[in-house]
Write a protein that binds this ligand. Structure first.
Ligand code: AMP
Length: 248
């Protein structure tokens, strides 16, 4: 069973992002970039399924600029067998990524695609869902447990106030939630091994996909600065402020 894992290169989660002075977006010049954390969880899950003898091959895919190769190498250091880079300088929106992934699914015929539930840069939470729709495949989002057996996936999902367990017929799309697993640290020998694993590069045109953006970002703004707090003299004053100023 082949598993495809889309991995996105995003601003590292430790970086405090700055909005560009002209408000057109976030400044990513000279900023540390890493694999989207939910995608690390997806790679880890796919590799665990391979180690358990359930999957036979784990293929990582990244769409974007040439530097996404680093993201693919990071996935291969965790244990993915090979990587595919769909290279483009065009800013990719979720629908474009979903169409690229569809073209690759048609070519590679994976039984399962494990995406992150969302990319932490744009917080779109759309790509996996759109891919499932384009493929006509079932989907289980926000997975906290995944079992694959007998052509079916059993997925436990984190929903408001509890857990839901779904059974899907493969092929299917699954998206990862935070508690699915704890990704391993890539060891130095595995980082070295990853450099020798196959990495193919293709382009949206080769896959026959138009990736032109459909949405325009109107404005990006920082959240308003928090004003300084005040110390209240006693509980009565606190209650008064809560009632009359905060309108609680
Ligand atoms: P999003 O819909 O943008 O929040 O992304 C959800 C998931 O789709 C991510 O966690 C990745 O698994 C996948 N994805 C989104 N954009 C890309 C990309 N440019 N390359 C590879 N995978 C992506």
């Amino acid at each position: 069973m082949k598993i495809l894992v889309p991995v996105k290169r995003v601003v590292d989660y430790n970086v405090k992002v700055r909005v560009k002075a002209d408000g057109t977006g976030v400044d990513i010049a000279n900023v540390k970039m890493s694999m989207n954390p939910f995608d690390e969880i997806a790679v880890e899950e796919a590799v665990r399924l391979k180690e358990a003898g359930v999957a036979t091959e784990v293929v990582a895919v990244s769409c974007g600029v040439g530097a996404c190769q680093e993201t693919l190498r990071a996935a291969m250091a965790i244990g993915a067998d090979r990587g595919i880079l769909v290279e483009t300088d065009v800013e990719l929106q979720p629908l474009a990524v979903a169409k690229l992934l569809k073209a690759l699914c048609d070519k590679e015929a994976p039984q399962v695609v494990i995406c992150g539930k969302q990319a932490i840069d744009d917080d779109a939470n759309q790509t996996g869902q759109m891919l499932a729709a384009l493929m006509g495949w079932p989907q289980a989002t926000f997975a906290s447990k995944v079992t694959l057996a007998d052509g079916k996936a059993t997925v436990t999902r984190e929903i408001d106030g509890g857990l839901e367990t779904l059974e899907l017929t493969l092929p299917a799309v699954i998206t990862t939630d935070l508690r699915l697993n704890e990704p391993r640290y890539a060891t130095l020998p595995n980082i070295m091994k990853a450099k020798k694993k196959p990495l193919d590069t293709t382009k949206p045109e080769d896959l026959g996909v138009d990736v032109a953006p459909r949405l325009a970002t109107v404005k990006v703004a920082e959240p308003p600065k928090r004003s300084a707090g005040v110390r209240v003299a006693d509980v009565a004053q606190l209650v008064d402020k809560l009632k009359n100023e905060a309108k609680v």
